[in-house]
Design a protein around this ligand. Structure first.
Ligand SMILES: Nc1nc2c(ncn2[C@@H]2O[C@H](COP(=O)(O)OP(=O)(O)OP(=O)(O)O)[C@@H](O)[C@H]2O)c(=O)[nH]1
Length: 364
């Protein structure tokens, strides 16, 4: 996931925990109104909640959280929340059970990020801290302190909190596995798309994808879009390259040829390996005249291209057949015209381009 998206996710989770604080105002208010908790406890809780959450907000707002080992600050946020709940439950009297439920919810919050071991460690710490508050509660409540009820509360809490931690840890592990397999799937999908649309050797588009794009461009042009041209390239005497220097050297020439042509094209152009040592360049929104300029640019670049492993003055040339699309022409017909022009270029001595006759079929 990109850094920005991750940070947004962290901020969203922080907002969720903030919503829990806002919700907690209701029971705290009721407890205050009913005279269960003293007003200074409510005030102290509000002050602590505001200060800690403002602190976390500023850390996220100015990306200071990124300096920490775990930028989500999950454990820090959980510890702060647990400390506040443990503080208020001391003064909650008979309403203490409600606060213990909040501790369980805090543990669920941790499942977004923590492993089972971390969640278990936090729950043991919470159980211990809660036990440590019992003598204080006994002292505060005096004769009203009911040891049996407090023990039932503590025992059930101590049993359920680790259980929630293990359960939450399992959910967290499952989430992580799901995210990992999703990322893997995305990567494979990207590879499959690359394989389906590109030629493995040269990295240019493959014939299938180019024909698909040509079909779209033809439909667009037939509906009133600008015209386009196709240029069929065939490397001259390529068989000699293979025969004299071997097949891998021939592959190097094909790769270098594609790498020479691609930087010279606009982002909307399509350059594909049509088969063997034939390449097809498809130039959308391009007139025959503009296509010729483009070809000359490619020929000039090719005349200056050095092929790795070959003598410094070794050059490769290409013959090119160029055809401009006319309305309602089929894609195979268009390519056939370009192919005929290419054939003429070969016949006329190679290393040249020939333009296909712009002949509309006779209507009957
Ligand atoms: N190295 C390599 N050679 C290939 C590949 N695909 C096709 N070829 C070779 O390309 C050569 C094409 O030769 P021909 O069709 O006879 O044409 P040419 O020698 O280029 O001659 P002209 O086209 O008439 O100038 C053949 O030797 C094929 O084996 C490839 O992927 N790698």
């Amino acid at each position: 996931m990109p850094q920005d998206a991750q940070q947004q996710l962290r901020v969203r989770r922080f907002m969720m925990s903030l919503a829990m604080y806002v919700l907690a105002v209701v029971p705290q208010g009721v407890s205050l109104y009913a005279g269960v908790s003293p007003s200074w406890v409510m005030l102290a809780w509000v002050a602590m909640a505001v200060v800690t959450n403002l602190g976390f907000y500023l850390l996220f707002r100015y990306n200071l959280n990124l300096r920490f080992k775990d930028p989500s600050l999950t454990i820090a946020q959980m510890l702060a929340a647990i400390a506040m709940v443990l503080f208020t439950q001391v003064y909650a009297g008979q309403g203490r059970g409600a606060y213990l439920v909040v501790l369980l919810i805090i543990m669920v919050f941790g499942t977004f990020k923590l492993h089972t071991r971390q969640l278990l460690a936090l729950s043991v710490l919470t159980i211990g801290a809660y036990a440590a508050t019992l003598p204080l509660i006994r002292w505060l409540e005096g004769e009203r302190f009911n040891l049996a009820v407090e023990m039932i509360l503590w025992c059930s809490f101590s049993a359920f909190l680790p259980f929630i931690s293990v359960l939450g840890g399992n959910i967290s592990d499952l989430r992580k596995k799901l995210m990992a397999s999703n990322a893997q799937l995305q990567e494979v999908l990207q590879q499959v798309t690359e394989l389906a649309t590109h030629d493995e050797l040269t990295g240019a588009y493959n014939r299938r994808y180019l024909l698909e794009m040509l079909g779209h461009e033809k439909n667009r042009t037939d509906r009133g879009g600008g015209g386009f041209c196709v240029c069929l390239f065939d490397l001259d005497h390529f068989k000699r390259v293979n025969d004299s220097f071997g097949h891998p050297a021939g592959d190097t020439v094909l790769k270098t040829f594609a790498a020479t042509v691609e930087p010279l094209l606009r982002s909307t152009d399509f350059f594909a390996r049509y088969g063997g040592e034939e390449f097809l360049l498809f130039l959308p929104q391009t007139s025959l005249e503009m296509a010729q300029h483009c070809i000359v640019r490619i020929q000039d670049a090719l005349a200056a291209t050095h092929f790795e492993g070959f003598a410094a003055d070794y050059r490769i040339t290409a013959s090119i057949g160029v055809a401009q699309y006319y309305l309602q022409e089929s894609v195979p017909m268009l390519i056939e015209r370009a192919d005929k022009a290419l054939y003429r270029a070969k016949q006329n001595g190679r290393n040249r381009m020939e333009l296909a006759a712009f002949a509309r079929p006779q209507t009957v």
